[in-house]
Design a protein around this ligand. Structure first.
Ligand SMILES: [Zn+2]
Length: 199
């Protein structure tokens, strides 16, 4: 009886921490869009079109999808696998886009294993808008979040802005190197996303 009561009285951040894994970036993406007048209507259509992939955190790209590092990572290595085609309906993706998106997720996991070696992963989609969905609800994106044993205790430390920004550049370089070492990939230079050809 006492144990049950204590569990329910634990802070929501602790009790429901798995539910909240996908929550923090919502706020950050909204802030980013508000603050940056250069971002066009859809940030996920715009970012891979820019010249400097490193500056824009686009680390790898295949024919139908690309990999974007989250600019407000839940954990080091937090990235998103995003179809090039604009649209918020996952069930509307055609077969080519679905397969390519899935293969790129596999490659992203391989690259993360090599680059940051986490203890586990959470991977998933936020579909739909409003408080229950994500901040970008009109362009499908799969979050891949590396998890580390004890990382909920670690988070207050890495949440410091300076640490996160420094970590992003280092993580980008490590992931870029890991993608470039994969089969059928080549190193295009540090300012260009690694092209991956699955066929
Ligand atoms: Zn879009």
């Amino acid at each position: 009886m006492a144990l049950v009561s204590e569990n329910y009285l634990r802070p929501p951040t602790e009790r429901a921490r798995m539910d909240q894994v996908f929550a923090p970036w919502r706020i950050e993406w909204v802030k980013r869009e508000d603050k940056n007048p250069d971002v066009k209507e859809c940030v996920f259509c715009e970012l891979p079109e820019r010249d400097d992939a490193r500056e824009n955190l686009v680390v790898a790209a295949s024919e139908h999808a690309y990999v974007l590092l989250n600019n407000a990572p839940y954990n080091p290595g937090h990235l998103m696998v995003i179809p090039h085609a604009h649209g918020g309906d996952y069930t509307a993706l055609d077969d080519a886009a679905l397969l390519d998106h899935a293969r790129l997720k596999q490659r992203a996991l391989d690259a993360l294993d090599a680059a940051v070696g986490p203890d586990a992963y959470n991977a998933g989609l936020n579909l739909g808008g409003g408080p229950a969905g994500g901040s970008v609800d009109d362009h499908v994106h799969t979050h891949v979040v590396p998890r580390y044993d004890g990382d909920t205790n670690f988070m207050p430390v890495v949440s410091d802005t300076k640490v996160v920004v420094q970590g992003l550049a280092e993580t980008y370089d490590a992931l870029h190197e890991a993608f470039a070492a994969q089969p059928d990939a080549s190193d295009p230079g540090e300012d260009t996303a690694v092209p991956l050809d699955f066929d």
